[in-house]
Design a protein around this ligand. Structure first.
Ligand SMILES: Nc1ncnc2c1ncn2[C@@H]1O[C@H](COP(=O)(O)OP(=O)(O)OP(=O)(O)O)[C@@H](O)[C@H]1O
Ligand SMILES: [Mg+2]
Length: 369
């Protein structure tokens, strides 16, 4: 895995400058046209790794008059991890559902494991595993029964099913709880069982839709480790996430989904290099003090309702400039945070990572916790 990653990073070096330099702000200035990047880089990676596991070109999908995907292009080389990063409602699950044949695209050329998702959907289904955003577990069955059910659906013979199920229970640390109903499992256990069910048929390509949402830090790390083991075995992974750190931990490449398109793409290091210092957030006691400071720091964004001001942390000089303008009595809290999804969106699009469907923005919720 480490070697894979280094290899891919090397391949990307020659394209890094091109990727970042070709990012051009749309003259139209509409919300869904922050940046556009050329998509020349994946093809060279494909040549190096041999085959393409997922290829999406010109994908469009709408629900009624709501255009959700308006031209998504992405390529995932075999044996690599691609993270689709985006806020609530940006269309991550829609992309996963289309690639895994659960949804029909309105337009576009989508090939998965070499098969066309519409014309050869059976072959696609046989080649993939999917861990959906919402659990596929039957709560009234035990962990072992859920896995056996999945083994039956995958047409594993009895002997093989037993070996695979017991192996997965051990590997996913569920052996002790195997005969308990899944409804008694913790969130982390359910997520592990979900992933184990996905792996029953030993798919070479797996889709993980927000695999760690709702998990505590330790469970997240455990799940990341399981994903890494899969990748070390040569499995290709397309995962969706709202967390930059998750993409950073797992992905060779990251695509930022916004306004129906991939607006930026690159290695996690490339994306993070756009937002080197994360941000500083200041909590004010009153609106007057907030607007006074906001007026002299045009690069900062303020939220008058929450009485907060947020500014990119570009180093000591910018921190000092901020601190010089703060009055002790007017501030209740000051936090310095490493880069998150909002920082990336702000840096690359000039606007925050807005939700598209009115759902709560988990990144904001997490910040508030
Ligand atoms: N069946 C449907 N009918 C109508 N609109 C839908 C349907 N499914 C999804 N949408 C809309 O499409 C948009 C994209 O939804 P999608 O679930 O793909 O987003 P997402 O990025 O996965 O969001 P989240 O982070 O909340 O999981 C949203 O605005 C959603 O409301
Ligand atoms: Mg989703």
């Amino acid at each position: 895995m480490v070697q894979d990653r280094h290899c891919l990073d090397c391949i990307d070096l020659g394209h890094q400058l091109m990727e970042l330099v070709t990012a051009t702000r749309s003259a139209a200035g509409s919300k869904d046209k922050g940046l556009t990047l050329t998509h020349g880089q994946p093809s060279s990676m494909v040549r190096m790794s041999g085959k393409t596991a997922i290829s999406v070109a010109g994908l469009h999908k709408g629900y009624g008059d709501h255009d959700v995907l308006t031209g998504v292009d992405l390529e995932v080389p075999e044996g690599s991890v691609y993270a689709l990063l985006g806020p609530n409602g940006s269309g991550k699950t829609t992309v996963v559902n289309i690639c895994s044949t659960l949804l029909t695209p309105d337009a576009g050329e989508i090939r998965v494991s070499g098969y066309d998702v519409q014309r050869e959907s059976d072959q696609v289904r046989r080649s993939i595993g999917v861990t959906g955003q919402f659990s596929a577990i039957d709560d009234y069955h035990t962990g072992r029964e859920n896995l056996k059910l999945m083994a039956d659906l995958n047409h594993l013979d009895r002997g093989r099913a037993k070996t695979v199920v017991e192996g997965l229970l051990e590997r996913f640390e569920l052996a002790d709880a195997a005969d308990r109903r899944a409804q008694t499992y913790s969130g982390g256990m359910k997520r592990r069982l979900d992933l184990a069910m996905t792996l029953i048929g030993s798919p070479r390509l797996i889709f993980l839709d927000e695999p760690t949402t709702g998990l505590d830090p330790r469970s997240r790390r455990e799940l990341w480790q399981i994903v890494r083991e899969q990748v070390a075995d040569g499995v290709t992974v397309l995962l969706t996430t709202q967390h930059l750190d998750e993409a950073d931990q797992l992905a060779h490449r990251v695509g930022l989904l916004d306004g129906g398109r991939i607006i930026a793409e690159g290695t996690p290091a490339q994306l993070k290099s756009r937002v080197p210092g994360g941000h500083v957030e200041v909590q004010f006691t009153n609106a007057a003090a907030l607007s006074e400071v906001a007026a002299v720091l045009p690069e900062a964004t303020s939220d008058p309702d929450a009485l907060t001001l947020r500014m990119a942390n570009d180093g000591v000089a910018s921190l000092r400039r901020l601190l010089d303008r703060l009055d002790d009595d007017a501030v209740t809290d000051l936090t310095v945070q490493s880069a998150d999804l909002d920082d990336v969106f702000l840096a690359l699009t000039g606007h925050a990572a807005e939700t598209r469907d009115g759902a709560e923005d988990e990144t904001k919720l997490e910040r508030a916790r």
